[in-house]
Write a protein of this length. Structure first.
Length: 258
């Protein structure tokens, strides 16, 4: 919940800051026009165009990157579910008495993996679940190696162990994917350019006798919403935009482990 408050706080800060700077820019523009009507507008268009173009480029860059990482995180959930399902099926290659304890550990392993992400944003609880999953990885691997030596088929080790390795590797990939974000300076630049553009937009609106509240509020609101959506997509386990629905794939795999 506190992450949602932080996101809304950031968006509200951008909105209020832009409204203030739009007004400040308009006041500065009116004073400049009163002192020097021609000099107040000389070269302004080129500067405004450069700043607004840079802002648009940065918004597009951050939004595209966030959306791309969002899709990757969803795809990784599907890949982990497939890897677990494949490894679980290949337990059939082992002797029957070796399958039962391993199947039980597989169920506990999937439960721990699901819990690790469902506990977020409680980071400490998520790390506890990840630690349990890591411990179960070691136990599953050790028992599988031992069981492969006495398996009825010589293909057990060649088929089961690589599948287990893939199942374990995807956990590291998913963990690192949750930590992949743009540098904080990118978000700082985005907010700073939004505020700077508000100042320049206010300066350009100084020519009118009365201010257009529709354009003023609309510009500030559009930028605030854009910043909120970008940040929310970038952290899809903490806000409104989430990847939790794709956890159903892992739930289905767990339900199939009878």
């Amino acid at each position: 919940m506190h992450h949602l408050v932080a996101y809304f706080g950031l968006a509200a800060g951008v909105f209020v800051g832009m409204l203030v700077l739009l007004d400040v820019g308009r006041r500065i523009g009116r004073r400049q026009r009163a002192r020097d009507p021609e000099g107040a507008v000389a070269g302004v268009g080129a500067v405004d165009g450069a700043v607004f173009a840079l802002l648009g480029l940065l918004v597009a860059f951050t939004f595209s990157g966030a959306a791309s990482r969002f899709d990757v995180r969803r795809q990784l959930i599907v890949e982990e579910a497939n890897a677990i399902g494949t490894a679980y099926l290949r337990l059939d290659l082992l002797a029957p008495d070796a399958q039962l304890p391993l199947r039980d550990k597989f169920r506990r392993y999937v439960d721990a993996r699901l819990e690790a992400y469902q506990k977020l944003p409680d980071v400490s609880a998520a790390y506890e679940a990840l630690a349990r999953a890591t411990q179960l990885q070691q136990e599953i691997w050790s028992e599988s190696v031992a069981a492969s030596r006495t398996a009825p088929s010589a293909a057990a080790a060649m088929l089961l162990l690589p599948a287990l390795n893939a199942m374990f590797d995807i956990t590291t990939t998913r963990t690192m994917a949750t930590r992949m974000h743009p540098p904080v300076i990118i978000f700082a630049m985005l907010v700073g350019l939004a505020l700077a553009s508000a100042l320049l937009a206010g300066y350009g609106m100084a020519a009118g006798r009365s201010r257009s509240w529709v354009h003023t509020i609309g510009f500030a609101a559009a930028m605030a919403v854009a910043v909120y959506v970008i940040v929310d997509i970038e952290f899809p386990r903490l806000g409104f935009i989430r990847v939790d629905a794709f956890d159903q794939v892992l739930d289905d795999v767990r339900a199939s482990m009878r």
